[in-house]
Design a binder for this molecule. Structure first.
Ligand code: MGD
Ligand code: MGD
Ligand code: SF4
Ligand code: MO
Length: 704
């Protein structure tokens, strides 16, 4: 009997593509295709979606808990594993206080209902202020600006991609990343549609990216100089005509103060800083204002830089003064069927406590991950002595991975919930591997809130759970219970996902009924984005706060910045993403690593020549006293003075059990980054725009 296909959303990136899973007669998963009946993604699939087959079949994927025995590992049972975790983590907390346990949450947690919904009780049981996540090497500037201006960290306006006529993109490469804080399955097709309907796509990026290649216009910008450009655009918008504020009624506060604070920045200075001429700034402002519907958007290249929060604030103001904030075809917050804002959700707070060593403020209950290594390595009361990582690989993902690696080796105890023995988990004492996400019920709690349409979808398991495997939600519940027991506190379990998902949707007030949700095997499209921001503001004042003091203060830091060095003198390092790579953890998938290598440092031919280097040579990249060695490749897609390296490589480290990935060449970007380089208001790491030197690598044995 042929087995009918099953349908489910892909959880590997933010695009939420519907996939069709086909099975062989013996029940094995045989093929994966884009689901043409998915009303949102309409059949789109990328190479990573197909690589789910590799993930399922990966012999390196862990299936049972592993306990360290000296340099070796042994498989142990789940009960023993949870008892051990509870006892050892509990002992550390009893002896040294609750904060002696740190927790790091990685990116896949926001992609799985079993993590996103079940982590909060675990975190309450852990009671630690040393909570860290990938958010502080990613989108904290977005969240902080949403919190300061609109009163909730997740009240983030999303580009209305399908209805805009002018899309200004800075520091994002959605054609490779498939979109971020911009969930839109099949984004290349949607960008094509924008241009077909006469719209315009403008990309600002120090590299001529895959997105820049399909744009109407691309401009190079000096890394880290976007705040200057955005100030220029905003000033021009206001100069051309009065701000279009009708739709905001009396709900604005501080706009005049904000505009006054920006008025002193002149176009010539902006040209010198950003490398974009006054004529271009003026024209873009005119076109943005004149377009029937327009939207400005910036992502990782904007938020992981020195002035990330200023950039995100300026983008909000640009959309606002052009009358495009909370307007069709502009930028509007989604109204997900399971609300992430409003009553009972975590709006955020800033500076309620500070990190012990450097005194950096918390944001929304977390500390910047840039302080994790020093919190472990610096002795004294409150020192971190135990660590729990959940679906994270901070050794490759956060600043100064080498320092973090050293620190991890000094912990009293470390537990990792992860599917691989990798660069981070090799330092653990205990690894708890969850079953494949495909065996679990799933609802996109987070990305439904960042999608370009309103969607609801209950995804059923497409594969059976094997004997002896536990879903992520069960592992997190059992860990939480063990931590609660160790401190003698009560533990309240949550119901399983198949009960919790429909209950949360029913409670959400979207009007989607349980039957409708349960019956929609390709997902439900509930319609386009709608203006809703004004009714949802959660600021104390009830206004949109246009001039948050924290950001005005940072504006003074921008003004004090030393001018850019003349071209040819310095090199600035930026990152890149590739459609066949996924952060640090999918290089073990043969389907993705096949073909030409993708780890190289890209450098402009003029910069190569100036250093007497040739393409394909081994080079040493230095940033202060940190250095890595990799291959350089000539490319005139990067602007002169800029070099470009993807993060998430550098798997060849002792003890890593990733057979394919360890043979993938390349070094880790974050072995170069500096934990002191931050976007000051948020504490997000400034990974992009790092000053580096590049020279021919010393011959082996001659290294100095
Ligand atoms: N230089 C530089 N650094 C960066 C970035 C950059 O652009 N440049 N980008 C930053 C960004 S945007 C992000 S989001 C972070 C990501 O930072 P991290 O989240 O720390 O890193 P990932 O590479 O996503 O690692 C995911 C981990 O989850 C594990 N995993 C995969 N699937 C599952 C699962 O189903 N369950 C469990 N429990 N574990 C699983 C993987 O084995 C891996 O260990 O990196 C940041 N770091
Ligand atoms: N295939 C694939 N898809 C992914 C991921 C992946 O690793 N692989 N990761 C996922 C994750 S965790 C995230 S957060 C998203 C990220 O999604 P995006 O932000 O769209 O992805 P990036 O490719 O990092 O785009 C950042 C861009 O910023 C540019 N840039 C760097 N510095 C500057 C600067 O100073 N100014 C300007 N204007 N631009 C700058 C870079 O050249 C790059 O093109 O992608 C997600 N999707
Ligand atoms: S674009 Fe993202 S969601 Fe779609 S198939 Fe690829 S990895 Fe999965
Ligand atoms: Mo990310």
């Amino acid at each position: 009997m042929p087995i009918p296909p099953r349908f489910r959303v892909c959880d590997l990136c933010e695009a939420m593509c519907g996939l069709e899973f086909q099975f062989a007669e013996d029940g094995r998963l045989a093929q994966i295709r884009g689901d043409a009946q998915d009303p949102f993604s309409r059949g789109h699939i990328c190479p990573k979606g197909n690589a789910l087959l590799d993930l399922e079949a990966d012999p390196d994927r862990l299936r049972r808990p592993l306990r360290r025995r000296g340099a070796d590992w042994e498989e142990i049972g789940w009960d023993e594993a949870f008892a051990l975790a509870g006892e050892r983590l509990g002992t550390v907390q009893q002896a040294h206080g609750a904060d002696a346990l740190a927790i790091y949450l990685g990116n896949p947690n926001v992609h799985h209902f079993g993590s996103a919904a079940y982590l909060p009780p675990l975190l309450r049981a852990a009671r630690t202020r040393n909570l860290f996540s990938a958010s502080s090497v990613d989108q904290w500037p977005h969240q902080l600006v949403a919190f300061l201006m609109y009163g909730h960290q997740f009240l983030v306006p999303i580009p209305d991609l399908d209805r805009t006529d002018f899309f200004l993109v800075l520091g994002a490469n959605p054609v490779a990343s498939n979109g971020s804080l911009l969930t839109a399955g099949g984004i290349a097709r949607r960008l094509e549609a924008l241009r077909r309907r006469g719209g315009k796509l403008v990309v600002i990026d120090p590299r001529r990216t895959e997105t820049a290649r399909v744009a109407d216009e691309h401009h190079f910008i000096r890394p880290g100089a976007d705040a200057w450009l955005l100030i220029g655009l905003l000033n021009e918008l206001v100069r051309i005509g009065p701000p279009r504020l009708d739709r905001y009624g009396d709900r604005l506060r501080g706009l005049d103060d904000a505009l006054a604070a920006l008025a002193g920045f002149g176009l010539e200075e902006i040209h010198a800083r950003a490398g974009i001429s006054p004529e271009v700034v003026q024209r873009l402002a005119r076109e943005f204002r004149a377009a029937p519907r327009a939207c400005a958007y910036g992502r990782v290249g904007l938020s992981t830089q020195k002035f990330g929060s200023l950039c995100q604030w300026l983008l909000q103001l640009i959309n606002l003064v052009a009358g495009r904030l909370d307007a069709e075809g502009g930028a509007l917050p989604n109204e997900p069927a399971i609300p992430v804002t409003g009553p009972g959700t975590a709006a955020g707070h800033h500076g309620k406590w500070r990190s012990r060593v450097r005194g950096l403020p918390e944001f929304a209950g977390e500390l910047p991950v840039a302080v994790l290594a020093e919190e472990i390595a610096t002795p004294g009361p409150g020192q971190v002595r135990a660590l729990l990582t959940v679906a994270g690989n901070p050794v490759l993902s956060t600043p100064d991975g080498r320092a973090l690696e050293c620190a991890l080796g000094s912990l009293d105890f470390m537990v990792s919930v992860d599917i691989y023995l990798n660069e981070t988990t090799r330092h653990a004492d205990l690894i708890l591997p969850p079953a494949s996400a495909l065996t679990q019920h799933h609802y996109d709690l987070i990305f439904s809130a960042f999608a370009v349409r309103r969607l609801a979808r209950w995804n059923r398991p497409v594969l059976p759970l094997a004997d002896g495997e536990l879903g992520d939600w069960e592992i997190l519940q059992k860990l939480g219970q063990a931590l609660a027991a160790a401190s003698g506190r009560p533990w309240q379990p949550l119901p399983p996902p198949e009960v919790l998902i429909p209950a949360l949707v029913a409670r959400g007030g979207s009007g989607v009924g349980k039957e409708e949700l349960a019956g929609a095997k390709h997902g439900l499209d509930l319609g386009p984005l709608r203006p809703s921001l004004l009714g949802r503001l959660q600021t104390e004042s009830g206004f949109i706060e246009c001039a948050p003091p924290l950001l005005l203060e940072d504006l003074r830091r921008l003004a004090r910045e030393a001018p850019a060095a003349p071209a040819g003198v310095e090199l600035r390092l930026i990152g890149r993403r590739h459609v066949r790579s996924n952060n640090s953890w999918m290089h073990n998938a043969p389907r993705l690593t096949r073909g030409a290598p993708r780890h190289q440092l890209l450098m402009h031919p003029a910069d190569l020549a100036a250093r007497g280097l040739a393409s394909e040579e081994e080079v040493e990249i230095r940033a202060a006293d940190r250095r890595i060695v990799t291959t350089v490749q000539a490319s005139d897609d990067v602007m002169p003075g800029v070099v470009c390296l993807p993060h998430g490589f550098g798997h060849a480290r002792p003890g890593v059990r990733l057979r394919v990935a360890s043979k993938v060449a390349g070094a880790s970007y974050n072995d170069l980054t500096d934990p002191a380089a931050l976007d000051v208001p948020s504490g997000n790491a400034a990974l992009s725009g790092l000053a580096v030197e590049v020279r021919r690598a010393a011959a082996p044995g001659l290294a100095d």
